[in-house]
Design a protein around this ligand. Sequence first.
Ligand SMILES: NC(=O)c1ccc[n+]([C@@H]2O[C@H](COP(=O)([O-])OP(=O)(O)OC[C@H]3O[C@@H](n4cnc5c(N)ncnc54)[C@H](OP(=O)(O)O)[C@@H]3O)[C@@H](O)[C@H]2O)c1
Length: 323
Amino acid sequence: MEYTTLGSTGMEVSKICLGCMSFGSGADWMLDEDESEELIERAIDLGVNFFDTANTYSAGESEEILGDVLSHYDRDEQVVATKVRFSGANDHRNAEGLSRKTIEQELEHSLDRLGMDTVDLYQIHRWDYDTPIETTLRALDDAVRRGQVRHIGASSMWAHQFQEALQVSDERGLVRFETMQNLYHLTYREEEREMYPVCDKEDVGVLPWSPLGAGYLTRPHEEFTATERGEHELDYGTPYHEGPGSEEINERVQELAADKGVTMAQIALAWHFQNDNVDAPIVGTSSVEHLEDAVEALEVSLSSSDVAYLEEPYEPVPVFGHE
Ligand SMILES: NC(=O)c1ccc[n+]([C@@H]2O[C@H](COP(=O)([O-])OP(=O)(O)OC[C@H]3O[C@@H](n4cnc5c(N)ncnc54)[C@H](OP(=O)(O)O)[C@@H]3O)[C@@H](O)[C@H]2O)c1
């Protein structure tokens, strides 16, 4: 495993963050508790120390599973991230959003489910158009002062919103967002235009979600919907396969994988590992073998001409995931 310092937090995290969205129930492609346990244990064996979950994943089951498994390990060694904004196990008017009430209630619930006193990184899952950002930041600042949260982060929003939040923190002397978890992969690179220059200037750690395009970059494009998860992505409306350059990029990933004798997923992840914008991609997998593939991808080197070849067909696509 390789490790990196996460933005300005000073925390040392594995260069692979394990995504926990597939732990729990609610869809056929999700893992039950025993299967999740096997995956998390293997991840820890391989040196992963960084886990990303959310109050909303499987209505809180993902947090429960992660917390149960990590309780058998030294908590000090693990970096645990969760999120608030969408409703979790509780489904009522004040279970979602970023009001002080929602944040305080949902944080308590997340900590209970995780079985932890403190979460290392607490992320707002999206912008809340109904709550002033100062209210949200004051509630988060208090959570840090109470010792329930160590660092705060944000996920998928417009760069001007993120910059505004950082400015409010600085002007009011409140904790500031130290990470950005956003959608980024070879067939969705819109974040390079506005968000990444902000993150670079502000020393914000970057954690791409769906780094493999939710599976699109792991198999030939005509097979994207061959898995249950792929079918789900199509129903959900993910557009990664629809960009004008997507098929050509997918084919170039296939070609380079064949040339180097590695998997497509390894090429798509190696692209993240060499990318100066990225700290740690949040890999989602329901398979121990695929997790091992991801770790081995740290050893796949891409030359600058390989990178240029992979990136060249990309054309801008409509912004996705800021809802
Ligand atoms: N902040 C947000 O709004 C947000 C949104 C979405 C996700 N996330 C976070 O990001 C994490 C990852 O998201 P994601 O699951 O969409 O990411 P992803 O890693 O881009 O895609 C996962 C898909 O790729 C497949 N895959 C992974 N490795 C593979 C390999 N080596 N060979 C073949 N197929 C492979 C998986 O299939 P198998 O299961 O068969 O391996 C799965 O279908 C989530 O768990 C969550 O923590 C955050």
